[in-house]
Design a binder for this molecule. Structure first.
Ligand code: NAP
Ligand code: MG
Length: 403
């Protein structure tokens, strides 16, 4: 078979620890033999981030904005222990946070469904994608403890010096607690656009819930902004694509999701998304089977696995011990990016190849060959547990039968 050629490069962001090991195996076994892979490579491994004063992270995000599609390996977010371990100049910020703030994107997480790894909720037959608004609300709050009798007010001082003031509460002698939160119209608009863009990209319905009946100004603003962006910019496109935008109260959305077959994109306010994404990922079985894509309102796509660098397995690997680390979400990050690149550049062979690779991963697992994390949770009776490399090789074998 002739290798598939590419036009525009993919932005490749390499990473850390066990996922960096998997990254190379995936390229060597599943991509390079079949594709004349064209990437612009950025090494986001912690050592290089430290050597470049984290410039490499910023450069990689700017390249993503330029080319439109990126694929990222999991990276270490330094904490005190990592500063010591890698002898860092400082505690560099989370690369994902840096990239997200440059691209101004929203993260969409979707479980990969295979037969034999069943979701806890029996009626969920299709994946549920969660989108979390990553700005404001309780995550950038100001809070106070009130000791004893006090009157708390909300005060806004305008640019022209004018003031607006409303009473929050008059505390009794026992006092209490108090918090101020905010959000921005521009940020909610960008979030809405990323959600509508991704729904069109995936041809899936978009659901959004907030508590507008109780929070008649704050949450109602989210509802209004979504509605306005939808009516002005997306209604026609949604109708043409045959998909739906559905708003309801957050409690109603939660109740309906539980009874649904799945298959929708669920846009969540910041706190709801924090909580619900953990519920969805654990209910679908495994963090190692969860993909993640950052979508900017301008339509830039950055694909990755939702899990981290799997540090514990890496230390075993370094000691020469055998590992059985699941590469599925990282493979799907590559296929997502290759598909998107193929669509944008008009290379149908590339789109088809990515689809076949995904199919091969699913078929390999469904025929009983999987890594240890899946053997532990599968309902299949006869399984073969493979090590990290052998699983990837088994996928290659399935793939070769397809091509
Ligand atoms: P983690 O890497 O997601 O791993 C936590 C545990 O989950 C593992 O020890 C393993 O359990 C299991 N696991 C996760 N992915 C797996 C896979 N692909 N195959 C098999 N098992 C898997 O989280 P962490 O250990 O908390 O974080 C490690 C590093 O990753 C941290 O430095 C953190 O900053 C970073 N991180 C990066 C990202 C990102 O770049 N997107 C996201 C999260 C965390 P067992 O040990 O029981 O086998
Ligand atoms: Mg959470």
């Amino acid at each position: 078979m002739e290798k598939i050629t590419m036009k525009t490069p993919l932005v490749e962001m390499d990473g850390d620890e066990m996922t960096r090991i998997l990254w190379k195996m995936i390229k060597d076994e599943l991509l390079l033999p079949f594709i004349e892979l064209k990437t612009e490579y950025y090494d986001l491994g912690l050592k290089n981030r430290n050597d470049t004063d984290d410039r490499v992270t910023v450069d990689s995000a700017e390249a993503a904005a330029k080319y439109g599609v990126a694929v990222k390996c999991a990276t270490i977010t330094p904490n005190a222990a990592r500063v010591k371990e890698y002898d860092l100049k400082k505690m560099w910020k989370s690369p994902n946070g840096t990239i997200r703030s440059i691209l101004n994107g929203t993260v969409f997480r979707t479980p990969i469904i295979v037969k034999g790894i069943e979701p806890c909720v029996r009626n969920w037959k299709q994946p549920i994608t969660i989108a979390r608004h990553a700005y404001g609300d309780v995550y950038s709050n100001s809070e106070l403890r009130v000791e004893g009798r006090a009157k708390a007010e909300l005060l806004v001082t305008k640019e022209d010096g004018g003031e607006e003031r409303i009473l929050i509460h008059e505390f009794d002698n026992r006092g209490g607690v108090l918090q101020g939160i905010h959000n921005l119209t521009s940020s909610i608009e960008d979030f809405a656009r990323s959600c509508f863009e991704y729904a069109l990209d995936q041809k899936k319905d978009l659901w959004f819930g907030a508590k507008d009946t109780i929070s008649k100004i704050y949450d109602h603003h989210f509802k209004d902004v979504f509605n306005e962006v939808y009516e002005k910019e997306y209604k026609k496109k949604f109708e043409e694509a045959g998909i739906e935008y559905f708003y309801s109260l957050i409690d109603d959305i939660v109740a309906r999701i539980m009874k649904s077959k799945g298959g929708m994109i669920w846009a969540c306010k910041n706190y709801d998304g924090d909580v619900m994404s953990d519920m969805i990922s654990s209910a679908f079985g495994s963090l190692a089977m969860m993909t993640s894509v950052l979508v900017s309102p301008a339509g830039v796509y950055e694909y990755e696995a939702a899990h981290g660098t799997v540090q514990r397995h890496y230390y075993k690997y370094l000691k020469g011990e055998e590992t059985s680390t699941n590469s599925v979400a990282t493979i799907f990050a590559w296929t997502g990016a290759l598909k998107k690149r193929g669509e944008l550049d008009g290379i149908p062979e590339l789109v088809r190849f990515a689809g076949k690779l995904e199919q091969s991963v699913i078929e390999t697992i469904e025929s009983g060959y999987m890594t240890k994390d899946l053997t532990l949770i599968t309902t299949m009776e006869e399984t073969v547990t493979l090590n990290s490399l052998d699983f990837i090789k088994a996928v290659r074998k399935t793939l070769e039968n397809y091509l």
